[in-house]
Design a protein around this ligand. Structure first.
Ligand code: BGC
Length: 908
């Protein structure tokens, strides 16, 4: 079958051509170089191996210098006009007279990036050079996780052999550049006596020059790790459960994620190689003259940072706290605040103020152990405040103690998002707490009417296997929808659970389209409760048409009364399936006459008639937003259904539009991907920024805000409106394939960086979409896997970053995630989207689904997920309205939020 792929979602649309216009905003590419360099982290620097000195004769090793990775893949990629790899940057530095480069070796790598050097070649290189620079490159992408094995988390055998030989060759210094999106094994750094190591992340299109800037000392590194780099994967608390099950992940480590775990359970620091917040500089800083006090319910600290080295540089000051482990048990260290100095000249000092509310140290009691169930609270005891330039450095410098004589409840919340199937969780004393487990409710069955025709949407399956998926489509008519499709292999199964009131002979009529020039004589096998039915399903040709569905000939099957499993299995080439109809054989005529859901007419321009036929147009609404209720009331149900689904993009590589209700002059907002820049396609080139983790490693909120502003200007410049970024899930485990799109293992850092990004972007009239809410921490089986976590872990870790960004920066949109959260699809999760997001955090914007998720459109609207992307499923909403499962005011509620979003952008 032919498919057009957009990101990892299969999206089919018919559009002849788009105008080619995109380009980077002037100056952005150079800014991306600076932003990348600001995030780079100097992990190790023995004997001042870096920066490179005049006289260093440098030989660069490793295919990564040529196959340099500028950014991660999937929707997080960016189409660029060019990208400068490390080797090109080294040649440029050489041309400027800044670097003595072994050009013969460089030429050899250009021609043979993947071939191993012979001993003779290496000996010659050693003769010519005295500094070896090794480049390790790794990439990852959405839709799949990274591998723990060789060539990904571990070195590849060839890389190991090369490093072994470099160690023996007697270079004066060996330096490694880690061009990686996330954590890799680092045991080889000591094993092969590497002198200096630079974490360069995936630094974007100007990544090569940015790395050279740092290696040459033109930029003094000031980045700090946003994650704990442990000695092995097994050391991480999430290691056991990460890939153990296909369909769920138990977050048994609870709140002990990243350094919270290591600081609590590994005080001797045997498990960590590079701690959270760590990062060296080419100069030296001292922190002195600190003072701390309590003012208006906040801890206020002031510290002087002095550059006592010989080069200008910047330092990040980090404030942590350790709360008393009362009844709730607390991590030994939690980040409270941070700030970065300006560029300090040698000898220069800067006073840095840091402040955070005392209430920020509260924990959430999900089980009522403190006597205050579902509250955030501060237990009695000593709250120690630590100051330093990394988590380890700070742990040795307590500067203040906030003492509480009694427990104080800081917030009464709810018990939303309680786990149902998480059996246990880790406590601060190292024991496991057993949690109540509720068996999942039996899977829902679709009722089959004994006296009428029943319509079953293809997407209402109970299970899909063997390469079938949900496909969203747009038709030239503007109609959108969702069907079940798959690769043309035999053996794909679609399983439906039915509740049959009366057993007997039934007719089954599929509605499909196969795009084929030839009819398919025998497309599907049908089994009922495992019993094969004696039928032949023929699928007529629909040449080139994959989503213009036709009704196939009905076939007769036997359905027993009660719960029934209906299984459709492909025999080879097979149609996409929109829905099927079932009716007792006596209702044959009705079945043959049964067409789609009637187009609802209610509310059609009602008020327009009252206003003498003149509707309120969007232009008028823009002038008078108080007309919103009136505007929405005049819309027909069909208009509302149009608004709550995405539509075809108007730009290549765009991810779909929102709005575009032409009859009322509602403009269409163009959504576009991120988070590494303005992602367009087909030659529409824009700026690629450093990946999210690298950007966050700058710990520089002003820089991130400026990057946000630059992205927004570029979006405006290219006529796109709504950014599907920032990505802000927690780095729970190093192998998550999407960690490169996210910031950190720490929720406070994540939230503050995301908030800065939101402020920068939205200030320029471009909207953001925080994603993916929530607990999207694994890519394997991402559409069906359930993240099982406690209410406490949800509130203290996985939702906390989103909460900070929502409260501090008011993002216009949020994207729900693919995964389930405690057994419920996040897009259908009323407790998450309405209870917490809107009820507790006062979020007033729009929630959209992730692209081609697995949940049902009507349930999404009810739960507070306002728009289904990339396309809505109108039939599903029509049916829900007709059957009373969805009420018009629920659609109106989402429509109002969407219209308000469009108003905010100022789009004409
Ligand atoms: C990703 C989203 C992305 C969307 C649109 C999905 O596959 O999960 O993060 O924004 O595609 O491309």
């Amino acid at each position: 079958m032919r498919r057009i792929c957009g990101a990892m979602v299969i999206l089919t649309f018919c559009r002849a051509s788009f105008e080619l216009a995109a380009e980077p905003y002037p100056g952005n590419e150079q800014f991306s170089r600076r932003a990348a360099a600001e995030g780079m982290v100097l992990l190790k620097n023995e004997n001042r191996a870096l920066p490179l000195q005049e006289g260093d004769r440098v030989a660069i090793f490793g295919s990564g210098q040529v196959d340099f990775v500028r950014g991660g893949l999937g929707s997080g990629d960016v189409t660029v006009a060019y990208a400068t790899n490390l080797l090109q940057a080294a040649f440029a530095a050489r041309a400027e007279g800044r670097l003595q480069l072994d050009t013969a070796l460089a030429q050899w790598y250009l021609a043979n990036p993947a071939v191993e050097l012979t001993d003779g070649q290496l000996a010659e290189v050693r003769q010519r050079s005295d500094v070896a620079l090794f480049v390790l490159s790794r990439n990852s992408h959405e839709g799949d996780d990274r591998s723990p094995g060789e060539g990904d988390y571990q070195l590849a055998p060839a890389e190991r052999r090369l490093l072994e030989r470099l160690a023996k060759a007697g270079f004066r210094k060996v330096i490694a550049v880690l061009n990686v999106g996330g954590i890799v094994d680092t045991n080889w750094i000591d094993e092969y006596r590497i002198d200096a190591v630079l974490f360069a992340g995936l630094p974007g299109m100007e990544g090569g020059p940015a790395v050279m800037d740092v290696l040459l000392g033109l930029v003094n590194p000031s980045g700090k790790l946003t994650d704990s780099w442990a000695v092995s994967l097994a050391a991480y608390p999430g290691a056991d459960g990460f890939a153990a099950s296909d369909d769920h992940v138990d977050y048994t480590e609870d709140i002990f994620v990243g350094y919270r775990y290591f600081a609590t359970f590994d005080p001797a620091r045997r498990l960590i190689r590079y701690p959270f917040g760590h990062g060296l500089s080419y100069t030296e800083f001292v922190l002195d003259d600190w003072s701390a006090a309590e003012e208006d319910g906040a801890i206020a600290v002031e510290v002087t940072v002095r550059n006592c080295g010989g080069l200008p540089g910047r330092e990040v000051v980090q404030l942590y706290f350790a709360a008393p482990s009362g009844r709730l048990g607390r991590p030994a260290l939690e980040l409270a605040a941070f700030a970065k100095t300006k560029l300090l000249a040698p000898g220069e000092a800067e006073k840095i103020p840091l402040r955070f509310p005392v209430a920020q140290m509260a924990a959430y009691d999900d089980q009522g152990h403190s006597g205050h169930r579902h509250c955030r609270l501060l237990e009695a005891g000593d709250y120690r405040i630590y100051l330093g330039s990394s988590s380890w450095d700070a742990a040795a410098r307590q500067i203040y103690c906030h003492r509480r004589e009694s427990l104080a409840v800081t917030e009464q919340l709810t018990g939303y998002l309680a786990p149902k199937e998480l059996p246990e969780r880790l406590l601060a004393d190292g024991t496991m707490e057993q949690l109540p487990v509720q068996p999942p409710p039996p899977p829902p069955c679709l009722p089959v009417r004994p006296d009428d025709c029943t319509r079953v949407e293809a997407e209402d399956y109970a299970a899909l296997t063997g390469g079938s998926w949900l496909e969203y489509f747009y038709r030239p008519s503007g109609e959108s929808g969702c069907c079940v499709a798959g690769w043309p292999d035999a053996g794909r199964k679609m399983i439906y659970r039915l509740e049959v009131a009366e057993g007997g002979r039934y007719l089954l009529r599929l509605r499909g389209a196969n795009g084929n020039a030839e009819p398919i004589a025998d497309a599907l096998e049908i089994a009922v409760n495992g019993r094969l039915q004696n039928v032949t399903v023929a699928s007529p040709a629909t040449p080139g048409q994959w989503h213009e569905f036709i009704d196939l000939e009905p076939v007769e099957i036997e359905l027993p009364a009660g719960r029934v499993e209906l299984q459709l299995t492909t025999k080879g080439y097979c149609p996409n399936l929109d829905y099927f109809l079932i009716a007792p054989t006596a209702y044959r005529e009705k079945l043959l006459a049964c067409a789609g859901w009637p187009v609802a007419a209610s509310g059609v321009r009602r008020q327009a008639q009252e206003r003498g036929g003149r509707p309120v147009m969007f232009a008028e609404l823009r002038q008078k937003p108080e007309l919103l209720d009136e505007f929405v009331a005049q819309l027909s149900d069909e208009d509302l259904i149009w608004l709550v689904g995405g539509h075809e993009p108007n730009v290549w590589g765009g991810t779909g539009t929102i709005g575009g209700l032409e009859a009322f002059g509602v403009p269409a907002l163009e959504t576009f991907d991120g988070p590494a820049g303005v992602r367009l396609g087909r030659g529409l080139t824009t700026t690629q920024w450093p990946n999210s983790t690298l950007l966050a490693s700058s710990w520089d909120v002003a820089l991130v805000e400026a990057v946000g502003a630059a992205v927004a200007k570029e979006a405006k410049y290219n006529g796109v409106d709504l950014w599907l970024a920032p990505g802000m899930n927690i780095h729970r485990f190093p192998l998550c394939g999407r960690n490169f799109e996210y910031y950190s293992e720490d929720p406070l850092l994540t939230g503050k960086i995301a908030a800065a990004m939101v402020r920068g972007v939205q200030r320029h009239g471009i909207g953001v979409t925080l994603k993916h809410l929530a607990a999207n921490n694994r890519e394997k089986n991402r559409l069906r896997a359930d993240s099982r976590l406690s209410g406490r872990a949800a509130r203290e870790i996985y939702l906390r970053g989103f909460e900070i960004a929502v409260k501090e920066a008011e993002p216009w949109c949020i994207m729900s995630s693919y995964n389930l959260l405690n057994g419920v699809e996040t897009a259908e999760n009323d407790e998450l989207l309405t209870g917490i997001l809107r009820g507790e955090w006062d979020f007033t914007g729009v929630v959209m689904t992730d692209w081609g998720n697995n949940s049902r459109h009507d349930r999404e609207i009810k739960a507070g997920n306002d728009i289904k992307m990339p396309a809505g499923v109108p039939d599903c909403l029509r049916a829900a309205l007709a059957e009373g499962r969805l009420a018009r005011p629920e659609l109106e509620r989402s429509a109002k939020r969407i219209l308000t979003l469009i108003l905010k952008t100022g789009k004409e």
